[in-house]
Design a protein around this ligand. Sequence first.
Ligand SMILES: [Zn+2]
Length: 247
Amino acid sequence: MAEQTLSATAPARRTPNRLVPTVTAELVRSIVRGEFPPGALLSRETDLSERFRVSRTVVRESIKVLEEKGLVSVQQGRGTTVQPRIRWNLFDPIVISACQEYDADFESSAKLVVVRAAVESEMTRQAAERFTAGNAVQLGRMLAAFDGIGDDGPAFLQADRALHEFIVDLSGNEFASALSRSTHAWVVQPAQLTNERLVTTIHDALAEHEAICAALCANDGEAAAAAMRAHILDSWRRTYSLLSSEG
Ligand SMILES: [Zn+2]
């Protein structure tokens, strides 16, 4: 499949740089799905060059990108070794989307939910402390927008994402905002979940959003943090039970 994709883009030697992202993404997916497990050596440059039908320069540049993402370590004379997952730049868009694609047992999803719950609850606490009447009007409008969504799962996820990003942004911590943006898509949009099953979780989420909003409006940091933490963990429990029963 990879060969077809790449050979279709043809003149490798004249436009080597355009092929680097494609080869890099293929290699990331190969590593994430365990074709080259941590500690193993990546195939030699000449073999990868043949496999992807690209020049060795393209392979070399792609490996350089993999090294920047923390997936491999290149040692002269010893080849390219796949690094342990703990070294990977998991928030890189290519790496995180490959990890989601190959998270068959939802183990990574569960770990990420714990991180999101910790970070977002703390950011919600900080947002509550600086929450203004103007913010309350904005948040009220966002909550009202859910009324028109009904049972439209994808529209719900989009509105949900906007609401969470709004609250994290209010904390004023741009690191938390970046983390939230790079992880939220994974947590709330499991591709395996059909719309009919997704909507069964929406009603619970709406009540939880109301609780978060009430605590924010009261400038009650403790209550806001607790409500956000409960919402994220409970949403995951609901989603997980659907995913497990759907398989
Ligand atoms: Zn939510």
